[in-house]
Design a protein around this ligand. Sequence first.
Ligand code: NAG
Ligand code: NAG
Ligand code: NAG
Ligand code: NAG
Ligand code: NAG
Ligand code: NAG
Length: 426
Amino acid sequence: MWCGALAIVCLLVLGSSEARKGFGPGEQDWGYVDVREGAHMFYWLYYTTADVSSYTERPLVLWLQGGPGGSSTALGNFQELGPLDSNGAQREGNWVQHVNVLFIDNPVGAGFSYADNTSLLVTNNEELIDDLMTFMLHFYKLHSAFKDVPLHIFSESYGGKMAPALAIRLDEAMKSGELAQPGILKSVTIGNPWISTRHITREHSKYLFVNGLIDEDGVVQIDAQEERILSALKSHEFENATDEYLKWYDLMQVLTGKMYLYNTQTHLDPSEDRTYGYGDDFVRFMEVNVSEALQINGSYYASQVMDVLGSLHGDRLKSDINAIPRLLNETSVKINIYSGQLDCLVPTTATLSLIKDWAWTDKSAYLQANRTAIVVDGILQGYEKIGGKFGMYWINRAGHLVPSDNPTAMQYVLKSVTQYDGKSWE
Ligand SMILES: *[C@@H]1O[C@H](CO)[C@@H](O)[C@H](O)[C@H]1NC(C)=O
Ligand SMILES: *[C@@H]1O[C@H](CO)[C@@H](O)[C@H](O)[C@H]1NC(C)=O
Ligand SMILES: *[C@@H]1O[C@H](CO)[C@@H](O)[C@H](O)[C@H]1NC(C)=O
Ligand SMILES: *[C@@H]1O[C@H](CO)[C@@H](O)[C@H](O)[C@H]1NC(C)=O
Ligand SMILES: *[C@@H]1O[C@H](CO)[C@@H](O)[C@H](O)[C@H]1NC(C)=O
Ligand SMILES: *[C@@H]1O[C@H](CO)[C@@H](O)[C@H](O)[C@H]1NC(C)=O
């Protein structure tokens, strides 16, 4: 069903947009939006549990999982920032206590989203963003109370590629009156973002060496493999680049004795789920417990994730390093990057060298800003440097998945970025 011309029918078919009791505390809503014929995108909205007279008093945070193919409703929700963890226990430091959170299983094929035929999965970032835009058009029709509510996009990792591209399109559509209101999109905030393969691959061996995870011989081997990725990219052999990237991953695992790439200093327990959401227990939890509570078909969960990876194989390592400078130059959207210091996949130094290479109109405001310590309840959590429309947050004791590794610091960032209760941090 193509909803564009049939909005009324869609509303009926997709069900009510009223808050419902879903899984865990608070009011929720969820469902599928057909972004193309045969392409079904799943979302899960949590209304804030903050003590407010209307949920519209708090901002809407859109969370986009990385991957590609990671499930926002599963990983972002249960492993990083939702009200419950995957043991069903309340998460201290969850975001729903402060703001409304919208999880989207994106692209189609991730999480509970699915395509009737895998030939319908997206093959590049433009198609992926087209689907997200179609989704957002429908979201604002179904949940029109949000059209005046400040919107903030938060994401991590591969989100470095998706979130800025989505923001450019959303800002345009808002300005033209196509959806919500002009100026409602306030910020894009991305953790350990995979934006520029070139900048990232130059930093891996340094990170591993400085942290004692490889020796000089390892440096030579890693650098040689990274060079293969870059040379494939340079000659526009994009599939090959991804193949070489996967070989880099294997090499790094061999050299480090299977270090946990996303957090090089923790997750010591070998029985811990290091599968980024595809461990048996977690999959069963999504397929059975969650899907039963939501009354959706659990067997869709993650059933097409390998197809998603296959379909984006040739696009994965392509970068658009201009999307963020463009947003900063041409829109009022604020940009923030946060970086967990223990991440090997996208080391903090890679992000800093990219920021150094970016040019944007009021960059001097950022460059002149002081970098200051983030201290919460007397404990050092990291550092921030914010100037003009750009902010950088360094997060201590966190790796690639900052909200789960250091929820205290991440709540500081959430508050600093969204100003959700109009008060500054104390
Ligand atoms: C999932 O459901 C099973 C069977 O009802 C139950 O035993 C288990 O505790 C549930 N797990 C969670 C995390 O809620
Ligand atoms: C899926 O799509 C492909 C390409 O359009 C087509 O050849 C194939 O028959 C389809 N498969 C099913 C089960 O519909
Ligand atoms: C692409 O892969 C082939 C074989 O896998 C290899 O021989 C070739 O050198 C690669 N090209 C680049 C640019 O890395
Ligand atoms: C649930 O989804 C699977 C595909 O993953 C499908 O085979 C099955 O028919 C669906 N069940 C229902 C009740 O729709
Ligand atoms: C942004 O503006 C800066 C300086 O005004 C300029 O050098 C840069 O090329 C612009 N970048 C984009 C992507 O518009
Ligand atoms: C930065 O720090 C210096 C030294 O503490 C101080 O003099 C200056 O006013 C600060 N600048 C800003 C913009 O806060």
